[in-house]
Design a protein around this ligand. Structure first.
Ligand SMILES: Nc1ncnc2c1ncn2[C@@H]1O[C@H](COP(=O)(O)OP(=O)(O)OP(=O)(O)O)[C@@H](O)[C@H]1O
Ligand SMILES: Nc1nc(=O)c2ncn([C@H]3C[C@H](O)[C@@H](CO)O3)c2[nH]1
Length: 228
């Protein structure tokens, strides 16, 4: 059993790479709840009011996915639970949560982490972090086109996104729940370029081999078709 988690800022390419990687390794993808998430548009419309609710929503849905992913088969998850606190702390730092919400959130998170600790498999086998610059992040957010994430929707989003990138750097450096690796999301267009896709997949496969976690039942499929 091999569990891989993707990490990285908004629009870095986690869901896209989750799809590619899970197809390539013949594993199951677990996606973050976004299009079916009723709180996300509320949050972008009124962040101060909905930051706490959104965080609890994500924590709950991620916990469900993790429980399923850590109990059966080989899986790829498109964002790690370890990034949840990064988002919440950043929102709290810019005044979008009360002290009571902060305390309650961390108690809940700790509680959930303790539950994960009691599971047969506690941590993922590999974290694949996608690094992107601010310009790439914005281009991808525009390309994907969720209305409430666009800079034109809210003039404070530029600062929010730049701040998010600043929070990610130390977060990745400190991360030690599993082996980890970085993918250069500025350099490799794994969506349109087959050559780039192969390079990125090779990097991940090499790392899985290095840590002894390449799925034994892995059936390499050579041709990954990307749906437009
Ligand atoms: N390496 C890449 N090269 C070119 N385009 C990419 C790359 N990665 C992702 N994209 C495109 O960027 C957009 C955002 O990608 P995706 O939804 O996978 O990001 P994400 O990290 O899952 O975002 P979020 O954190 O918001 O869930 C999509 O339109 C996708 O096709
Ligand atoms: N505030 C907040 N906390 C989280 O834990 C979190 N996880 C994801 N997101 C937002 C980013 C993208 O818009 C969108 C898809 O990733 O959802 C979050 N926002």
């Amino acid at each position: 059993m091999t569990v891989i988690v993707l990490s990285g800022p908004i629009g870095a390419g986690k869901s896209s790479l989750t799809g590619i990687l899970s197809k390539y390794l013949g594993t199951k993808p677990f996606y973050e709840s976004v299009d079916d998430n009723p709180v996300l548009p509320l949050f972008y419309a009124d962040p101060k009011k909905y930051a706490f609710l959104l965080q609890v929503y994500f924590l709950n849905t991620r916990f469900h996915s993790i429980k399923a992913a850590l109990t059966e088969g080989n899986n790829v998850l498109d964002r790690s639970i370890y990034e949840d606190a990064l988002f919440f702390q950043m929102n709290a730092d810019i005044g979008r949560a009360t002290k009571e919400e902060v305390d309650t959130y961390y108690e809940l998170l700790n509680n959930m982490m303790n539950e994960l600790d009691r599971m047969p498999k506690k941590n993922p086998d590999l974290l694949v972090h996608i690094n992107v610059s601010y310009d790439t992040m914005i281009n991808r957010i525009q390309k994907r086109g969720r209305p409430y994430e666009q800079l034109s929707y809210d003039s404070t989003l530029e600062d929010y996104y730049k701040r998010l990138l600043r929070y990610y750097k130390p977060w990745y450096e400190k991360y030690d729940y599993s082996p980890k690796m970085e993918i250069d999301g500025d350099k490799y267009d794994f969506m349109s370029s087959e050559e780039d896709r192969e390079i990125v997949l090779d990097q991940i496969v090499d790392k899985l081999k290095e840590v002894g976690k390449l799925p034994l039942d892995w059936d390499k499929s050579t041709d990954i078709q990307i749906e437009a």
